[in-house]
Design a protein around this ligand. Structure first.
Ligand SMILES: Cc1cc2nc3c(=O)[nH]c(=O)nc-3n(C[C@H](O)[C@H](O)[C@H](O)COP(=O)(O)O)c2cc1C
Length: 366
């Protein structure tokens, strides 16, 4: 396992005009379901605080629902609207800041992955670009153009509240087959208005969301955008099959001022396209010139979509890529679920003390 000297690049500062971090580590957004009544409580605040106390550079919260009746599925998933939930989030921010950390909420709408009857709003119909499930089956009617515009504004309101509550950035969840990604993907977006069309035209929903969030937070506030090629029902899916397509996909998002791209992959070491070692984050950095976050099985020997557990693994390959500037920041998911002190232990070279990820980590807020 890696020793202290070789992890040095992970502990260099990160600095861009809008965001400074003490090191290159990011807590990946992870849905936990421990927010009773959709309100993050003091246990949730203490959970994030523990990561801040243990040197995580930037915490990205679990996905939290924008103000729309079908934005989340589940009673314990935190939302990002209403007095109580926003008070809960204000406490989370305070705890993390007191411990010297930085934090961004991940703004989320689950789209068509929601089943009618799911809590908290059992009557709410799922909403997606064309009323299609991820497998392309018709579920309900497509929303009107005006209804899509209202969804854009719900993201903007959340961004405004995030800034007001003192968050350090926002992350827009455009990955994994949820609402925004359903607009990106041709399987789920058959719209004929301005939100549908070819790959570039299918970015319009995300583009308007970024624009509307920017309007609310101003120029100096960082907007992180998370996207993925893979979808929860299809790990091999590709929005972009070539670097050229990836560039065409990214350009509209660059043009409206995304500050950092969070490129979600399940294994950070996998090359994205043939003929180069670069992973999705590496390509995104090369093509966009923007800072990027890489992610996927950092420090682990098993992939996250198999929830059974994973052993620890060497960080050498990761650190080499970071040192080569393939990416700027590294998000850590499951390793931080089980072990709030994972980053600090790596920093101090206490690699034998790292706790491997196991299923128990999902049952409680360690
Ligand atoms: C329990 C759990 C919940 C997750 N919830 C989210 C989420 O809310 N939003 C998101 O973008 N990704 C989510 N993910 C994916 C993680 O952010 C991350 O990309 C993935 O776990 C790969 O990183 P890892 O291999 O270090 O765990 C979740 C992953 C896990 C394990």
């Amino acid at each position: 396992m890696t020793n202290q000297t070789t992890t040095k690049p992970l502990f260099e500062t990160f600095s861009m005009d809008k965001l400074q971090l003490p090191n290159r580590t990011v807590m990946a957004p992870m849905t936990r379901g421990f927010s009773p009544g959709n309100v993050p409580n003091e246990d949730v605040a203490a959970y994030y605080r523990r990561r801040a106390e243990n040197e995580v550079g930037l915490i990205i919260t679990e996905g939290t629902g924008i103000n729309h009746p079908a934005s989340v599925s589940g009673a314990g998933i935190p939302v990002f609207h209403g007095e109580k939930a926003l008070e809960g989030w204000a406490d989370v921010v305070e705890q993390v800041h007191e411990a010297g950390g930085k934090i961004a909420p991940q703004l989320w709408h689950v789209g068509m992955t929601r089943k009618k009857g799911d809590l908290p709003n059992e009557e709410a119909e799922p909403v997606g670009p064309s009323g299609l499930s991820l497998d392309g089956e018709k579920v309900n009617e497509a929303p009107s153009t005006e209804e899509v515009e209202a969804l854009v504004e719900a993201y903007a309101q959340a961004a405004k509240d995030a800034k007001r509550l003192g968050f350090d950035a926002i992350e827009i969840h455009g990955a994994h087959g949820y609402l925004i990604d359903q607009f990106f993907w041709e399987n789920t977006n058959k719209r004929t208005d301005r939100y549908g069309g070819d790959l570039v035209e299918r970015t319009q929903f995300a583009v308007e969301i970024v624009e509307a969030c920017r309007r609310e937070v101003g120029e100096d506030f960082p907007i992180i955008f998370r996207f993925s090629q893979w979808k929860m029902n299809d790990f091999q899916a590709k929005l972009a099959t070539t670097p050229d397509e990836l560039e065409r996909f990214l350009q509209p998002l660059i043009d409206v001022g995304v500050d950092i791209f969070h490129c979600s992959t399940r294994r950070y070491w996998e090359p994205e396209f043939e003929g180069s070692d670069l992973n999705l984050a590496g390509w995104t950095k090369k093509l966009s010139g923007k800072p990027v976050i890489s992610v996927g099985s950092v420090g682990l020997d098993g992939v996250f979509t198999d929830f059974s557990g994973a052993g620890t693994s060497s960080l050498d390959g990761l650190v080499e890529k970071l040192d080569r500037d393939e990416f700027d920041l590294v998000a850590i998911g499951r390793s931080l679920l089980m072990d709030p002190a994972w980053v600090k232990k790596v920093h101090e070279g206490r690699v034998n003390d790292l706790l491997a990820f196991n299923k128990e980590a999902l049952k409680k807020l360690y």
